[in-house]
Design a protein around this ligand. Structure first.
Ligand code: MTE
Ligand code: MO
Length: 417
């Protein structure tokens, strides 16, 4: 089932093309891309991560309410509080699902919306699909998490003392939903994708992104054709209802197990290219930069990594000598979660957590563990997952300047009273 060799091959080829200048820069000046890469490899001040989160009920640019008991606001984004997932099931209700907006949620009328598929990777000219056209195609349903590649970024700083740039997420830049829509492969085949197609570039209808005086254009990131024809959806429903405006209404891309940025919201057009494509989102952004990586960065990121989180507020308190039920979730973009271990003494002793869900690829598992705290004072809770590929969460994650793919065990401070 896993297309891993294909992904690896794609990355190797794309890296060679990038370094020899053979890939085409889609919609942004190649010199600007090179500047982005240079900026990405520079180290950055801690201040960018230490920027204080705000408390408010609303964010301009986000349509849904963001009550402080459910969300922490970070710039244009809203992080889900893990404690607010404790009373939810496997699926994250749309009103608690994190929001990552480069700019602002656009208001789109589905009667005016269409999807244009175009490019030199098609056998013929551009093909349009209305919302009604998509609804007439066979539908598929799939449970999948969407997780930002920078989820957990703030722990590079708070646990490892390292500077990283980007939104200072803790662990709440993830949600799991049941997505319904059509297969991207069905749409690409109907649009006449040719055998020579190599990259598929969905683009959002939200505003162009301007950073440091450079207009990066609209949010877009190429998918290798092998992935695009595999398990990618064009989703129009989230948890049985039309997509909410903030999560991509009327149609978004869902790329199970891959970095959040692959899941383009408010998709308006898809370029199918016979040449490899480069955009800011697969060159300066969403690669690993830093001492251990080449100057042009690692290969573009594909799958998410392995993580665990307690459904608890930071600094939560527990009464001594009373049995507490600890709950949490673990997930991996690499393979199903196989086991979760929990420590309530800062990592000296570990015991097995009880899994509450049948582990499935692309989803998370809920787990529980009992704890009877004995000593009053501060305590550190840890949860550590292992997936079926044999990976276990490490003690530390190798540094990268933009703080992507943090996978180390998080130390959750609590107090016994
Ligand atoms: N058009 C568009 N698509 C987008 C984004 C965006 O800003 N614009 N953000 C991306 C990023 S970085 C992430 S992590 C996910 C977040 O999806 P969500 O807001 O539905 O949680 O959407 C991705 N798709
Ligand atoms: Mo993201």
């Amino acid at each position: 089932m896993s297309p891993v060799p294909t992904e690896d091959a794609y990355d190797r080829i794309r890296m060679r093309q990038w370094s020899r200048g053979r890939a085409r820069s889609a919609g942004v000046d190649r010199r600007d891309l090179l500047k982005l890469v240079a900026a990405a490899s520079a180290s950055v001040p801690l201040a960018s991560v230490a920027a204080p989160a705000r408390a408010a009920d609303r964010l301009p640019g986000v349509v849904k309410p963001l009550p402080p008991e459910l969300f922490t606001l970070r710039g244009t984004n809203a992080e889900t509080k893990f404690a607010a997932l404790r009373d939810t099931g496997l699926l994250t209700p749309a009103d608690r699902f994190f929001v990552r907006n480069h700019t602002a949620t656009p208001r789109i009328d589905r009667a005016d919306w269409k999807l244009t598929v175009w490019g030199d990777g098609l056998r013929g000219g551009p093909v349009d699909f209305t919302y009604a056209d998509l609804r007439r195609l066979p539908s598929v349903t799939r449970t999948a998490f969407v997780e930002c590649a920078g989820n957990g970024r703030s722990f590079f700083t708070s646990q490892q003392g390292q500077a990283v740039s980007g939104t200072a997420w803790t662990l709440g830049a993830i949600g799991t939903a049941r997505w319904r829509g059509v297969r991207l492969s069905d749409v690409l085949r109907r649009a006449g994708i040719g055998r020579h197609a190599v990259d598929v570039l969905p683009r959002g209808l939200d505003a162009e992104v301007v950073t440091d005086g450079v207009n990066l254009g609209r949010v877009r990131r190429p998918l290798p054709v092998a992935k695009a024809l595999d398990d990618v959806l064009l989703a129009y429903e989230m948890n049985g209802k039309p997509l909410p405006p903030d999560h991509g209404y009327p149609v978004r891309v869902v790329v199970p197990s891959w970095v959040g940025i692959a899941n383009i919201k408010w998709v308006g057009d898809i370029e199918v290219s016979a040449e490899p494509l480069l955009t800011p989102w697969n060159t300066g952004l969403y690669r690993l930069f830093g001492p251990g990586y080449p100057p042009e960065g690692s290969a573009p990121l594909t799958r998410q990594t392995l993580k665990s989180a307690f459904e608890l507020a930071p600094g939560a308190s527990f009464p001594a000598h009373r049995r507490a039920l600890l709950t949490g979730r673990s997930w991996s973009g690499g393979a199903q979660v196989r086991a979760v271990e929990v420590s309530t003494d800062g990592g000296a002793h570990w015991r097995a957590g009880r899994l509450r869900d049948e582990p499935r690829a692309g989803s998370w598992v809920r787990w529980t563990a009992d704890w009877v705290p004995r000593e009053r004072g501060p305590a550190v809770l840890l949860a550590r997952a292992t997936d079926r590929s044999g990976r276990t969460q490490p003690v530390a994650t190798a540094h990268n300047t933009q703080g992507y793919l943090f996978d180390a065990v998080v130390r959750h401070q609590v107090t016994v009273v």
